[in-house]
Design a protein around this ligand. Structure first.
Ligand code: NOJ
Length: 724
């Protein structure tokens, strides 16, 4: 087909057929029904006609090549114009081969591997019948109480944008029509879902448009600039208007200003949620608000299906709005080649071959090892292969290492810590005694077992963390400490006077009081995915040198939240963190600084930064300068470092962050080796959103900072001169 054919198809459609295209129902409406010779399952709750389902446009969460093919076949038999269904699903960090959660992936600062993980996820999903994934999630996050931070790539707009682009490239490739092993991407949640007040899921968001544009919008835009085909709305309100009924966001910014002409879908039930939000009094009003604001597909509720026709008949809704929405959906179907190949990549045989392939598992293992962040190490790690290990804690033998949003990833296929460690040094050298539960204190019985086992051990490895249900959607926590049973457990383990290395499995930055101070080594593993145990063992025994760096600050205490590196100064800053005087911006009881800052992560070796020099000290509109620093590996191990470039605008028309990430480079250095790392600095990197919302730079002084994390590095100064 081409665009003319698609338009002709639209002309042949009845009003009912058009409206039905705008509805998306979950797979359980269809699954099994196809085999029974019916097209659908239960419809009563939604109050929709069978006709509507026969004409519906897309399905959510159906997968498995056989199942999807039979749903599509049954659908096409009944659908008058033969318009295929779009199959959409949440392929967030892998289909069956599960990769680390996105927050973990971002800590690798490895865009290439991130892209490859999305490509592998797309391949497994596409041969299993999926056409569109509801990813990437590019919400900027600053509040670890919010359970969904694990789906994000952290607190920085620049880094979020880079990952957004990498994921879109990986999912979509560059020829969706021909490349049947890719899926269309859907960036979400538009907009600013990550700023939910108090970190409570679905909660309100209220911020200045300047802040929205400067911090929260860039990563969605980056995904779209990379060609992302779809956008999903957010559950929250923005400036008093629910995002799903927000014309300013969708019509003015997304469509008019950014020129996005792809499909916009609501989040699950979010159109109907305009009623409890209080901007619509019934489903009819909700449907009208959403379609007028720009939502094409309504997910899981039937405000459109049951009301749009009546609204048009009453002259309350312009028919052209429905036509535009349908045209966008048909266009996407055409881009995916569905009119020619309605089953697209769905292939039972290839599904067998490609899902869980050796290559995908290896990729998952490599990425997992690069995603872990070493937070502390007092001479314990790496472990020697001759050492006897006592492995304890609720994650010692647990398969709960895939993390939220791994609905197709079987836990029993995941490599546990026990399996990984035993594979590495032999079953005889690892004794396992779980000890406490996630929230249940260690019992006397369990403790006796540990006391016995510890006698033969040189080192204790404690695998601790949060159950995966403690983060993810609907997984907000007000107290983000490790559950007290586990904190207490670590304290008890210390009594043995043997080194304790803690490995953490969790979905958010935690308040690590009572753990950081007790543990001799601390490795943040997030949820590493299918190959968890092997990847962590690779790190613990030094086969891979840790290189992950945090993309979200770890608060000193939850009372500091939100805490993020690119914050503003106040009029009364502290003179220095250790100086305590009254009437400055500080807490009386804790420091202002996070426990572990953005960009932080240790290695088994150490990197030394020296000789930061600039090729000139004036940047002009059409003339960039170069900043060069020497990085030396001063330790005994070869290792990878992520060199980070930050810039501070000293005086602005509006207040400017204390530092902003503007670039990063990865360098692999052997022990004793040095390398010069160079960054280009140009005028476009110095632009920001002014009070009139204009995006431009101002002449003046800047500080460049190049370092190993957002707090430790070398600085130099330069000026920006603008041509009049
Ligand atoms: C709700 C979530 O907010 C969204 O991220 C997801 O894609 C949809 N449900 C569909 O499962």
């Amino acid at each position: 087909m081409n665009q003319t054919d698609v338009k002709q198809l639209l002309e042949q459609m009845t009003q009912d057929e058009k409206i039905a295209q705008l509805m998306q129902l979950a797979g359980f409406f269809y699954e099994g029904a196809a085999q029974r010779g019916e097209i659908t399952g239960p419809m009563e709750d939604l109050g929709i006609e069978e006709e509507t389902i026969i004409n519906s446009g897309s399905v959510l969460g159906a997968s498995g090549a056989g199942e999807v093919r039979s749903i599509q076949e049954a659908h096409l038999k009944k659908n008058r114009l033969g318009i295929p269904l779009l199959m959409m699903a949440d392929i967030i960090h892998g289909y069956k081969t599960i990769f680390p959660v996105p927050l973990g992936i971002s800590c690798s600062w490895n865009l290439d591997l991130a892209e490859k993980s999305a490509e592998a996820a797309a391949k497994e999903a596409a041969v299993s019948g999926v056409h569109v994934t509801f990813a990437p999630m590019t919400d900027l996050v600053r509040d670890p109480r919010w359970g969904r931070v694990m789906e994000s790539t952290g607190e920085d707009p620049f880094l979020n944008s880079e990952f957004a682009k990498a994921f879109v490239r990986g999912f979509q490739g560059d020829n969706l029509k021909e490349d049947l092993h890719r899926v269309a991407a859907c960036v979400k949640h538009f907009a600013a879902y990550g700023a939910s007040e108090g970190g409570r899921d679905y909660n309100s968001v209220d911020m200045s448009e300047r802040q929205l544009r400067e911090m929260y919008l860039p990563a969605y835009k980056a995904a779209l600039d990379e060609g992302c085909e779809m956008v999903m709305t957010a559950f929250n309100i923005v400036d008093g208007i629910p995002a799903t009924g927000n014309k300013r966001l969708m019509r003015d910014i997304l469509r008019d200003e950014w020129g996005f002409d792809g499909v916009m879908i609501s989040d699950w039930g979010a159109v109907k949620e305009l009623i409890p939000h209080g901007t619509a009094s019934n489903e009819k009003e909700a449907g009208k608000l959403a379609i007028e604001a720009g939502v094409d597909i309504e997910m899981m509720t039937a405000c459109y299906a049951n009301n749009l026709k009546e609204l048009m008949e009453e002259g309350q809704l312009e028919e052209s709005l429905v036509d535009e929405a349908v045209l966008r959906i048909l266009t996407l179907k055409d881009k995916l080649g569905l009119f020619e190949k309605p089953h697209r990549g769905a292939d039972v045989k290839l599904e067998e071959e490609l899902v869980f392939s050796k290559e995908h598992r290896q990729l998952s293992r490599d990425l997992a090892a690069k995603s872990c962040v070493l937070l502390k190490n007092e001479g314990v790690l790496p472990l020697g292969k001759e050492q006897k290990v006592l492995l304890v804690g609720p994650f010692a033998s647990s398969g709960d290492v895939l993390g939220p949003w791994s609905w197709k990833g079987p836990r029993d296929e995941a490599v546990t810590m026990e399996e990984g460690m035993k594979r590495k040094i032999g079953a005889n050298n690892v004794s396992v005694a779980a000890g406490c539960g996630i929230e249940e204190a260690v019992t006397e019985e369990q403790w006796k077992e540990i006391e016995l086992a510890v006698k033969g051990a040189d080192v204790i490895v404690a695998a601790l963390g949060e159950r995966s249900e403690m983060s993810g959607e609907g997984g907000s926590r007000a107290d983000i400490m490790l559950p007290l049973a586990q904190v207490e457990f670590v304290r008890k383990l210390k009594r043995f006077n043997k080194p304790v290395a803690v490995v953490l499995f969790n979905g958010r930055p935690l308040d690590l009081h009572g753990v950081t101070d007790q543990a001799d080594a601390l490795l943040e593993a997030w949820y590493p995915g299918t190959e968890a145990g092997d990847a962590v063992a690779d790190l613990l025994f030094g086969e891979v040198n840790p290189s992950g760096k945090l993309t979200m600050s770890f608060p000193y205490a939850v009372g500091q939240v939100p805490v993020y590196y690119n914050r503003f100064n106040t009029g009364r800053p502290q003179k220095a963190p250790h100086i305590r005087e009254r009437y400055v911006s500080q807490y009386l009881d804790i420091p202002n600084e996070p426990l572990f800052p953005f960009g932080f992560g240790l290695s088994y070796t150490s990197f030394f930064y020296s000789n930061l020099s600039l090729s000139g000290n004036v940047v002009r509109s059409d003339e960039s300068i170069r900043a060069t620093v020497t990085v030396t590996n001063q330790g005994e191990y070869a290792g990878e470092e992520t060199v980070q470039l930050y810039i501070k605008d000293e005086v602005g028309e509006v207040v400017r962050p204390l530092k902003e990430l503007k670039g990063f480079k990865k360098v692999f250095l052997k022990s004793g080796e040095s390398q010069e790392i160079t960054f280009k600095i140009n005028e476009t990197m110095l632009r920001y959103t002014h009070s009139d919302l204009g995006y431009r730079s101002d002449a003046g002084s800047f500080t460049v900072f190049i370092g190993t994390d957002s707090e430790n590095g070398k600085t130099a100064a330069f000026e920006l001169e603008l041509t009049k």
